[in-house]
Design a binder for this molecule. Sequence first.
Ligand code: ADP
Length: 274
Amino acid sequence: MSEECTHDCSTCSANCDHRAPQHEPPHPKSHIKKVIGVVSGKGGVGKSMTSAMLAVSMRRLGYKAGVLDADITGPSIPRLFGVHGPATGDGESINPIPSRTGVQVMSINLLLDDPEAPVVWRGPVIAGAVKQFWQDVVWDVDFLFVDMPPGTGDVPLTVFQTLPVDGIIIVSSPQELVGMIVGKAVQMAKMMNVPILGLVENMSYAVCPDCGKHIQVFGDSHVDEIAAKYALPVLAKMPIDPELSKEADAGMIEMFAGDALDGAAAAVSQLLKK
Ligand code: ADP
C-alpha cells in the first residue's frame, strides 16, 4: 500500500484515482507516448548502457526515442552518445540535445557549467532536478527511457511518483544478489502500480575470441530462477563486449551493431500496441 492510498495499490487498475493525481504533467508542448524506467540495485551494472542501447534500438525500429538521465549523481548518458551541452531554452522550456541518429537526450551534464564537477545534492534536490527534466524539457518521443538513480530508496521512489512510468526494466549483473534486488524492485513496482516488463542480465558472459565459447566470468547466472520465482521474463542476456565499451567510451554507442537487446526492444514496442 502506498503512503497516499487507502487501499492496496497492487490490486488496483493502472489509472487508480488515488495514484494518478500524484504524477506531474509534462511540458504542455511535449509529446510523450510511453515512459520506461530502467532500474538497477546498484551502480556500475550497465543501467545507463541498457537505457541508451534501448533508445538506439527503438530508433532503429523507426520510433522516436529519448533518454532522460535521472541518474543525477552518476550521469553517463551524454558520454555514451557523445553529446555536449549547454542545452538551449527560452526561459519557458529546455530543448533536449539530439544525438547523431536523433535520440533526444537530457542530463544534468548538459546543464552544468562544469560537467566534471561532482553533484553533491541531497535527495529532494536530486528529485527536483528530475522533475524539471520532465516538466521543463520539450520532448517529442514515442518512447522515453528514464535512466533511474540506482537502488530502490527515496530518490528513485520520488522519481516514480513524479513520472507516469508505463513499465520498468530491471538491469542486474551476475555478481549481484539478484534475488534481493529483483524482490525490492517488484515491491516498489507494486507500490507504484507499474508493470515490470522484465529483466536484463548484463555482463552475463564473455565470448572467447578464439573458440566462441561462452565464459561465465562471474560464475553461474541465477537470473532464470529468480525470474521464474517472480514470473518475470528475462528480456536479454548481454555479454561483456570489449567492442561495446570501446564504442561507449568514444561516444559512439549508436555505431554498435550488437543485437543482444532485441528481445527487450520487442517488449517495449508492445507497450504501444496495448
Ligand atoms: P550503471 O548505469 O549501472 O552505473 P553503466 O551503464 O555506466 O552502469 O556501465 C558501467 C561501465 O561498464 C561503463 O564503463 C560501461 O561502458 C561498461 N559496460 C556496461 N555494460 C557492458 C558490457 N556489456 N560490455 C562491456 N562493457 C560494459
